[in-house]
Design a protein around this ligand. Sequence first.
Ligand code: BES
Ligand code: MN
Ligand code: ZN
Length: 505
Amino acid sequence: MSSARQSKPMDVITGDPRTVDADLVIVTSFEVQTSPLAAWASATNAEVDRAIASKEFTGKLYETFLTPLAGSGVRAARLAVMGLGQQGDFTVDRARRVASAIAHIARQKKIARIAFSADGQLDSPDMIQAIAEGLTLAEFESGSYKTSEHDTFELEKLDIIVPDGSRDAAVQAVRRGRVIGEQCNIARALDNEPGNALTPSVFAERLAEIALGSGLTVEVLDHEELERLGMGMLLGVGRGSADPPRLVVIRHEPPGAPKAPVLGLVGKGITFDTGGISIKPAADMDRMKDDMAGGAAVACAMCAMAELGAPIRVIGVIPIAENMPGGRALRPGDVLTSASGKTVEVINTDAEGRLILGDALWYAQKMGATHLVDIATLTGAISVALGKITSGLFGTPAAFVEHVRQAAERAGDRCWPLPLFEEYKDQLRSEIADMLNTGGRNGGAITAALFLREFTGGLPWVHMDIAGTAWAEENKPFMPKGPTGVGLRTLVELAFTSQTWNRGT
Ligand code: BES
Ligand code: MN
Ligand code: ZN
């Protein structure tokens, strides 16, 4: 299984990028704006000018031009010019993606020591943090089980070159970006672990270990404690598995933090989702090993909060279970009693996420959360609605949802709100219990969210459905196929901006 920290040194350098000691110096250029590159004419033997004149390099987003460097005082071996696209379209998110894209290229070309020049519009603290995040995301090591042919090449040094005056702010920004990027990679490595390696007990142990390592307080509730708490929904989902459910509770309580708000974060931790007795089709079922991506995002986001000193109280609640068929498994039609006392008729055992989250939301509230945010690979319906690019946002009141949406936008996690109109609730009406656990195909992501709302006790609450976004199905310049770590950066951003959402919500 993959080890925790994978990253190498990342230093902030000032001075002339031409004299930096690196295997590759990276500079950037907007589309058709090439003047900053004049400085490189002699060191590249006019190669950059030639590439621009011949339109080999035009500055389109992610376009890359590599050329050797030579000349007196020049220490770097090669130069990469990376396109930023149109200047008017440029955002912090693009800076993150461009940094990640070039670091991925360096890794493919086995270039070990890289230095990214953050000049021009890239030198604000937000931009520099995003560049540090992007470079770090490219270090992701998925934790291969191959015994041969496994490419073990790693980046050795990733430096950021900043203008003289901005060094102190840049050092802080790089630290934030570095820690957030590293925690994202730890979450991604967990998402990648197969279900036989990351069973409920192992997942709970791993989360406890990494949370303790970052200075957080952790409690792991076992089967008996869950019974005492009456968590019938979490226990019900876990019944078919040989490895019973767990509830991991993580606390960030910085000394001197105000008593309120208390941000309650809840993350779905299904270590494998077969669907249970309502079993899933064979095609792509292997993907269901990442049904714990929300849980990993919550735990790793809290590690980043602890390491970076987020100034508020946060409680993380991660319900963990394996959804399996078996002689003791939940049957369609079974009625479960939740910890909150509400009863649920389970008509589809594959709608298990909302069951375990319902008990966890109730617990977070009981433990003193004043605001709730849950994150879950909850429904296939969310990718029908929003595709694989955007996560779904739901919640109440609208102002709190909007604050989370803005935090996500700053953090570079695409998401968009969907409605929770009361009329949808009819789809959850049961003949014999308080509600059904699924409302059918139509509006499936919405009825799932309405189910969760029943367990939020009226607190401000946002639900992020990441079923379409937690796993990338194709390679992009900035993100390879596989686990994305989506949502983690949003949660960290929320913990640092409580002044925006703690008023009036
Ligand atoms: N874990 C799945 C959702 C999912 C689907 C995640 C595809 C990632 C990719 C969830 O537990 C599930 O099975 N949801 C069902 C709900 C339905 C039975 C109401 C679904 O979306 O099909
Ligand atoms: Mn399911
Ligand atoms: Zn699931």
